[in-house]
Design a binder for this molecule. Structure first.
Ligand SMILES: Cc1ncc(COP(=O)(O)O)c(C=O)c1O
Length: 396
């Protein structure tokens, strides 16, 4: 198999990357061996198939308005079928300039002001904004921490779904930040409760290709026809192939009525947002030519996870690492150190030069956690661990 370059880092200082800018802003400079471990994009260079493919494409194209071609849709269908065992129809695909855009649209299309939208918390913070910014009611189903993982409190879930005011669930699957990949029986139970109580499921599956060894992602809508008809599945190549800047997502809506309402809302409120023409091309290339690149990236992520886990177990048993079943975002509980969470963030950034996403941005139950992005060359992880050790020993 071709070996890809997963060692080179393009230092995005001054190139418009918010997470790199944060280092510069806080430290006043960006030290050579420091990279950010925060926002969920990767520090790997693009798969060469994509960079070369886009360069060739640019030689012969007009950058006018664009819509997904048949070839593009076949690439999306092929990916979902090959990688996820889900066979979809071409006309179920709606393109949007991102998954956040899609769940914002869904909240507006399928709920009214004051109606309840359920989230399983702590969760990816823009999901809270989708609720609050549209004056919907936040219905919180708190995940239950059990040792190094989280479980769903189904009694609470069912009670909240039964409230006739609860109209929609934004399911995060795999779950960011907990790292859970929901088991089939969990998804079946979620789906059944939502069916019985007329709660629509918007399933954000953006991390669905990033699954740890030994786990399997199941597309919620692929479980049965009833679930497919009561759901909207948000997918994108952006996490898998590091294409977030190209703003391209594929929203799969098998139910024609829901699809129409979603489309009407897109046209009404957001001026009919379109995908980026280069994003469509990049997605097509990624889904048809880049599986080997992804496999090698997954190997590095798993190695990074193992290195951190071994190190922390030995050096800082007070820090608990939550089991990483999916995503490349390691959820780590620092509460055992007894350092207040804002103070901890300050120490990590200003003394250890460790730029994580602080747990508290994911909700109250994330306080004292840090989320470590593992999608980078291993040497940066090792460097980061050294700095963590040197710094924390001064504080505990
Ligand atoms: C669960 C989840 N959904 C959506 C997004 C962002 O999607 P997009 O960039 O397509 O709007 C992220 C990014 O980290 C995410 O973790």
């Amino acid at each position: 198999m071709k070996q890809y370059d997963l060692e080179t880092v393009i230092r995005r200082v001054g190139l418009g990357s918010g997470k790199w800018d944060e280092i510069q802003k806080i430290l006043g400079y960006t030290p050579e061996d420091v990279i950010p471990f925060s926002v969920a994009d990767m520090e790997f260079v693009l798969a060469p198939e994509i960079s070369e493919g886009l360069q060739n494409y640019l030689k012969n194209c007009v950058l006018g308005y664009a819509q997904p071609t048949e070839e593009y849709k076949e690439a999306v269908k092929g990916w979902l079928s090959r990688r996820h065992g889900w066979n979809i129809e071409t006309d179920w695909i709606r393109d949007t300039p991102g998954v956040i855009n899609a769940f914002f649209t869904a909240v507006k299309a399928f709920t009214k002001e004051g109606e309840g939208v359920m989230l399983m918390t702590p969760v990816y913070y823009p999901m809270y904004f989708a609720v609050s910014r549209h004056n919907r009611k936040l219905v919180e189903n708190k995940l239950v921490r059990t040792g190094d993982t989280y479980e769903i409190d189904f009694d609470d879930f069912e009670a909240k779904a039964k409230d006739p005011n609860t109209k929609l669930l934004i399911l995060c699957s795999p779950h960011n930040p907990s790292g859970r990949v929901w088991r089939r029986e969990e998804l079946e139970r979620i789906g059944r409760i939502c069916m019985d109580n007329h709660v629509l499921v918007v399933s954000d599956e953006i991390h669905f290709d990033l699954i740890s060894p030994g786990y399997k992602h199941i597309v919620f809508a692929s479980i049965c026809e009833e679930f497919a008809m009561n759901s909207i599945t948000c997918t994108a190549p952006s996490k898998t192939f590091n294409l977030a800047g190209l703003q391209t997502a594929n929203i799969i809506i098998p139910n024609p009525e829901l699809r129409e309402r979603f489309y009407d809302e897109q046209k009404k409120d957001d001026g009919n947002p379109k995908c980026n023409i280069l994003g469509l091309e990049a997605c097509k290339i990624a889904y048809t030519e880049c599986e080997d690149w992804l496999e090698q990236v997954l190997t590095v992520i798993e190695r990074n996870r193992q290195i951190i886990t071994d190190f922390i177990k030995k050096e800082f048993p007070q820090i608990q690492i939550m089991k990483l079943e999916g995503t490349y975002l390691l959820w780590m509980d620092f509460n055992g150190l007894g350092i207040e969470c804002h103070e901890l963030a300050k120490i990590l950034k200003e003394e250890a030069y460790l730029f994580f996403d602080e747990g508290f941005i994911f909700g109250e139950s994330g306080e004292g956690f840090e989320r470590w992005n593992l999608a980078c060359p291993t040497r940066y992880i090792e460097e980061g661990l050294k700095r963590l050790k040197n710094t924390l020993h001064n504080h505990i």
